[in-house]
Design a protein around this ligand. Sequence first.
Ligand code: SF4
Length: 395
Amino acid sequence: MPKLIELVTGKVDGVDTTLSIFRDSIKFTYGEEVYVFDLEGRPIFMYFDNMLYERGLSGEIIEKKWISFKPHRRYIRRIKDANEKRYILRYTYRRIGEILDHLNYRGRDDLKGLLNEEMIGRLEREEKVFREIYRPISILPPDQYLALVFQPLEGCPYNKCSFCTFYRDREFRYKSVDEFREHVEKVVNFLGKGILIRRKVFLSDANALFAETDQLLEYIRIVKEYIAGDMVEGFYSFSDYFTVYKSIEELQILRKEGYKRVYIGLESGSDNVLKILSKPGPATRSIELVKRLKKAGISVGVIILIGAGGREYYDEHVEKTVEVINSMPLDERDIIYFSKLKIHEDSEYLKISREYGLTELDDEEMNMQIEDIRRGIRLDRQPIQAIYDIDETIY
Ligand code: SF4
């Protein structure tokens, strides 16, 4: 929990209101409404009119609402229209203005200088700067939406999975040391005090572990040049299990330098399903990587692709995935993510699934498949299990 520096409570127009100043953020509540900002005054979460709005550094806003918890069903909409985004921001800053006008807080003028409608223009200008600093952050694990992302590698070294269109827009490449240093400096300057709320460092894009260990250590060293060690909670990244080989000794060094968790797209334990996904197997190779990571003290996030192989491979997908998961030395520090397959019109998967005559699972069947896999998992120490909806990615 971030450290609370000051809490102010009161009534604004008869509504219970609080202002919490944290070491890394500012939070307001007004009745049911909630507003959270980073220390530069950028909104992060807003909850009003029974709707949650998440805003990323990119300027994207996602609107969300729970429909049901079990089965997991959420309404999600990515707001693209600039006027609509402006309306949400205006609503937010006006509400904060009203609160600050009435709340008895001695730092009120400073906050009014920061959290006002003029910020909207600054936020819109920042969207352009963001695009100059970053290639699009196509995907992040759900527990990393508030990470501090750096892109030492761009794209995916494999880039051929039939269901995946995340990095089709870019060639895979490494940044040189100088280029990466410049990138880090730009990100740090861009974030200003807003960096304080982002304590996990995520090394993007698809597979930072693909880099030679020495090179990866150099990237980590550069990040540490710009951010004090105690400000970094840990380093995180994706990895595949078919191009990456790192010895336990190498992983131990990475652990010592702060690597905390690696996210691996297992997708399926079935090699037949992997074939449909154009993902190299065998799936059992993932077990070896997980064993080495765990031995080195690095936790893992294992991603399972729900619905892969359609109805025709339903049972095989469940059975083999459970087998692979149960062979991994997972525990409560690890996460198993269930990600429902989203088939893009222009994806290879659609073509291949037609060739195979596959029938897509509907949402109810996907929820059933999640439950079937959950039931099969027998591990002494239960990892966290969570839904991974790729449409919720925001940075
Ligand atoms: S699923 Fe992962 S390994 Fe496959 S193409 Fe996409 S990013 Fe690359």
